[in-house]
Design a protein around this ligand. Structure first.
Ligand code: ZN
Length: 372
């Protein structure tokens, strides 16, 4: 999806202008009850399709970002560099990435991008056994072969504004996609691709029980594409897995336990989004100021995502308005006018940068017990 980059970059640069510069590069999120929070980017390219770098660079970028897992998803059918880099074996990019990562704790899943006209457009098949066996002309048969290999398959950039895809930018399910879903050949959908987000794709995911995915679809360099020098970050998909293994990640993806991190937004189902937010923000050291009825406390953000919270509590704040922002890995001092000196209270917020359905933000509560 590299065509849109040039069109969207100025907008994206504007959207990214208000970032914390303290976040650092590594993107680690806290675990949630019962699951590890693993970070993935399962859509990327190298010179083995239409990317601009050797596969080892993809591994090095992932290590710098602290990702737990990646997949090099070269276009099976689109090979613009093949005169310069002939490679009859479509598993080669994966092998080179594995060699680069051999001394590191980075999981690399074998994947391919099935690259067709609409419908079905482009889809990624992850956890395949042999990419060469996916070189099949028939658009339905290739999905059946991916399924035989045990693949997790998701629809890429359903909002792509290419004239041959969706010039209106509105992700829309076609009868072919409906057939793939009903035959259990399509399991997820990119709600986030590269520099774009799609409310419509999120609704399609919710309506059709598809896994919510977000990926970089990187072709050039992550640093340049996502403005890391300006505090930007690549999109990633958090996967809530029982353990750090390929089998466990696969189980979690099929079970739809994901949250996407994109441009300081968190996008996912309530079941994962609320526990994640609850682990990202902690209320600390609440104590009344002198003999007053104003309670001072600290809200700590243990995540790389700045959090924007709208007050929905019974109380007003003494040092802030109704909307507060806690930067990544920072602490915010908050003074709450509780009117009486309370032994315990609930702070209720609408988490404005988290989305569980188009235009819907979760409400979360933090229990606070003032120190004597
Ligand atoms: Zn791609």
């Amino acid at each position: 999806m590299r065509l849109v980059f040039f069109l969207l970059f100025p907008l994206a640069a504007f959207a990214q202008s208000n970032h914390s510069h303290l976040r650092g590069r590594v993107m680690k999120f806290p675990a949630i009850p019962g699951y590890l929070t693993l970070t993935s980017d399962l859509h990327m390219h190298s010179v083995f399709s239409d990317g601009s770098v050797w596969p080892d660079i993809r591994v090095q970028e992932a290590l710098m970002d602290g990702l737990d897992m990646i997949s090099l998803t070269e276009h099976l059918e689109y090979q613009p560099h093949k005169d310069d880099i002939p490679h009859p074996d479509r598993n080669r990019a994966h092998q080179l990435a594995l060699e680069e990562a051999k001394d590191h704790d980075l999981m690399i899943f074998r994947g391919s991008e099935i690259t067709r006209k609409m419908p079905p457009g482009h889809c990624n098949a992850i956890f395949i056994q042999d990419a060469n066996k996916l070189l099949i002309n028939d658009s339905l048969e290739v999905f059946k072969e991916a399924s035989r290999q045990g693949a997790f398959v998701f629809w890429n950039h359903p909002n792509w504004i290419s004239l041959s895809h969706r010039p209106d930018g509105v992700a829309t399910l076609t009868p072919f996609h409906q057939r793939l879903i009903s035959e259990k050949l399509l399991h997820g959908i990119e709600v986030v691709n590269e520099l774009t987000y799609s409310d419509e794709a999120l609704q399609i995911a919710l309506d059709n029980n598809l896994t919510i995915m977000g990926t970089s679809d990187i072709h050039g360099l992550v640093d340049w594409q996502f403005g890391l020098n300006k505090g930007g970050h690549r999109p990633l998909t958090m996967v809530f897995a029982k353990e750090k293994s390929e089998a466990s990640v696969k189980e979690a993806l099929f079970a739809r336990r994901t949250v996407v991190f994109f441009n300081d937004m968190l996008i996912g189902r309530t079941e994962q989004l609320k526990p994640l937010v609850a682990q990202c923000i902690k209320a600390d050291s609440a104590r009344y100021i002198g003999k007053t009825q104003v309670l001072k406390l600290w809200l700590r953000n243990d995540s790389p995502c700045p959090m924007t919270l709208k007050n929905q509590s019974a109380f007003r704040f003494h040092n802030a308005g109704e909307v507060i922002r806690i930067n990544a890995f920072e602490t915010l001092e908050l003074e709450v006018k509780t009117l009486n000196r309370l032994a315990g209270l609930s702070l209720d917020f609408e988490v404005l940068n988290a989305v569980y359905a188009p235009g819907k933000h979760p409400f979360c509560k933090w229990q606070v017990t003032p120190l004597p």
